[in-house]
Write a protein that binds this ligand. Structure first.
Ligand SMILES: [Zn+2]
Length: 221
């Protein structure tokens, strides 16, 4: 089986990879880790200061152009390579499990994508990352509360005042009772401006969670 379907490391090309891993052990160690989960007032937390209430936040890796991290993200998002998401999630779960400040988290909430994208890709990449987290740090995943709004229904349902706003309502809330008084960990793939996560948190706040924290796989410098 190995000769027919060789598993090759995306970092260095060696076939010395552990089963179902997209990278060899050495390339995993060489990833550009931020260590943000263990750092209070880290750059990811600061992005949300003055915008929405965030309990704790962190990113696993630095994302730069033409890097191995970008290659892995492309694999996860466009080449049906779920193994990348599971690896990211496991590494995030290990980092999070080591921090007392995340102990209280009750539920993992992956940032949703549109059903149309879901059909094309076959999965939501943030959900796959959450599944990786769950493999090493067991918390339930909730994927029926935060729902991505399609462009068409966001246009028809908006009133004039909302239309004038810069940021459209990206999400809506369903089954809000599931998150009431719960400590949530929002899970996303790449963080750039934070606008998507900000919109998600604004929507989630309507369900009165106890707190919202953030875990992203990669943070754009
Ligand atoms: Zn390698």
């Amino acid at each position: 089986m190995h000769l027919l379907y060789p598993q090759i490391c995306f970092g260095c090309g060696t076939d010395q990879v552990e089963n179902a891993m997209p990278l060899c052990p050495k390339c995993i160690l060489d990833l550009p880790f931020t260590d943000f989960f263990s750092i209070d007032e880290n750059p990811v937390e600061k992005i949300f200061w003055g915008r929405v209430p965030v309990q704790s936040a962190g990113a696993l890796l630095f994302f730069t152009k033409d890097s191995l991290v970008q290659t892995l993200m492309t694999q996860l998002k466009y080449h049906h390579n779920k193994r990348v998401g599971i690896l990211f999630g496991k590494l995030m779960g290990e980092a999070i499990a080591a921090e007392k400040k995340f102990e209280q988290i009750d539920l993992l909430v992956p940032i949703p994508i549109l059903y149309s994208k879901m059909n094309n890709r076959g999965y939501n990449q943030s959900q796959v990352i959450a599944m990786g987290i769950q493999q090493v740090w067991n918390r339930p995943i909730v994927d029926d509360v935060l729902i991505k709004r399609s462009w068409s229904n966001s246009q028809t349902k908006k009133d004039r005042k909302a239309r004038l706003q810069q940021v459209p309502d990206l999400f809506f809330l369903q089954n809000p009772a599931c998150i009431k008084d719960k400590h949530l960990l929002l899970v996303d793939d790449v963080l750039t401006t934070g606008a998507t996560l900000e919109a998600a948190i604004e929507t989630l706040m309507a369900g009165s969670p106890a707190s919202v924290s953030i875990a992203v796989a990669a943070y754009t410098l």
